[in-house]
Design a binder for this molecule. Structure first.
Ligand code: UDP
Ligand code: MG
Length: 345
């Protein structure tokens, strides 16, 4: 599954400013991949904390920002940062908003580090915690997931996410304590495998888990957003969780067939009981007639049917996206130091 040069597999649209096989930077020890969508308020603080935290690790690194079609000043802030630190910064600019996970895939396709860390741009994942993930990798793990201690999110988000973690644990083969935490470290092999996966609707922490041979987890700190607000309103959260469940499990479809079989069996048994009862004795104060409300039962079953149909639609829709095989995103430009240019700083 490994691809020595992930750049070779980028989207068919040639990025305007990319060097096809950039040799300027030697392979850094660490790549940090950060998706950015309308984060102009967080970026200055992120730059101010991230680079010193990485310098403190005492290893060579690059930071890859993927601007996911921001409509605010994020792209120009990223360009300024690239001009300040071209030795350690690369910026991939999408032409539109494709979502957090496609942005991370693009970062994976462009990064060169031996080890790769993902984190959010809003500083909910403190960059000072990266060392903990790397220590676990040094201990021989190829995939390290962060588990947020004292999560700083709304009551609803914490409880909904707890329920989704439990559901995923039961119906997929993926075992993680905190699927929503994006502070994670991956080996080069896993990153290459993810970049090579042609999935359109995907969920990176789960996909990485399927490729990992020795995964582990470490507790990391969590903070409230430094600025701005979450890009995941309820609707987008539900979509994301459908991506996770449908992407990694067929159990929901199987549950529907089971449910269908159960309903038919119960209906058949009920029918036999009712007919026998009617044949034996028909009373007006008949208890079966009291409990038997066909309309309510029919509403319930129609509801279940619609849900089942919708669920099948979720899978079919994803198959439809997948078979059209469109590029997962289009890159407008990549800001990176041209090959062989001497260091400016
Ligand atoms: N993000 C992105 N594209 C999107 C939505 C979010 O690249 O369409 C980025 C966002 O800039 C941030 C990360 O993904 O770096 C997590 O987003 P957010 O903080 O809004 O999610 P939450 O922390 O509420 O789960
Ligand atoms: Mg956030």
């Amino acid at each position: 599954m490994t691809t020595p040069n992930p750049l070779a597999m980028t989207t068919p649209n040639p990025p305007a400013m990319t060097t096809p096989n950039p040799p300027a930077m030697t392979t850094p020890n660490l790549s940090v991949v950060i998706p950015v969508y309308n984060e102009e308020a967080s970026l200055p603080t992120l730059f101010a904390r991230l680079y010193p935290a990485l310098d403190a690790l005492g290893l060579s690194y690059e930071v890859i920002f993927v601007n996911d079609g921001s409509r605010d000043r994020s792209a120009s802030l990223l360009r300024e940062q690239w001009e300040r630190r071209p030795d350690a910064t690369r910026v991939v600019l999408f032409n539109a908003n494709y979502g957090q996970h496609p942005a991370i895939v693009a970062g994976f396709e462009h990064c060169r580090g031996e080890r790769v860390v993902t984190m959010d741009a809003d500083l909910q994942n403190p960059p000072e915690e990266i060392g903990k993930l790397l220590a676990a990798m040094d201990a021989g793990h190829d995939y390290v997931g962060g588990v947020r201690r004292d999560r700083e999110d709304s009551w609803f988000r914490r409880h909904a996410s707890h329920a989704m973690n439990r559901l995923r644990e039961r119906i997929t083969h993926i075992h993680m304590t905190d699927q929503g935490c994006m502070l994670r470290a991956y080996s080069r092999e896993i990153v290459a495998a993810i970049a090579a996966s042609r999935e359109i609707s995907t969920f990176i922490p789960a996909l990485a888990y399927t490729f990992a041979s020795n995964p582990t987890e470490v507790a990391v700190a969590h903070a409230g957003r430094v600025a701005g607000k979450s890009h995941y309103p309820l609707y987008k959260l539900i979509r994301l969780n459908f991506d996770l469940i449908t992407g990694f499990s067929l159990v929901p479809l199987q549950l529907f067939s089971m449910f269908g079989m159960l309903v038919s069996a119960v209906a058949l048994a009920t029918y036999v009981i009712v007919i026998v009862y009617r044949l034996a004795y028909v009373h007006p104060e008949d208890p079966v007639a009291v409990f038997w409300d066909r309309d309510i039962l029919a509403f319930f079953l129609v509801g279940m049917l619609l849900f089942g149909l919708g669920l099948i639609g979720e899978y079919v829709g994803r198959i439809y996206h997948q078979v059209r095989a469109r590029p997962r995103y289009m890159i407008r430009a990549v800001l990176e130091r041209p090959a062989k240019e001497p260091a400016e700083h």
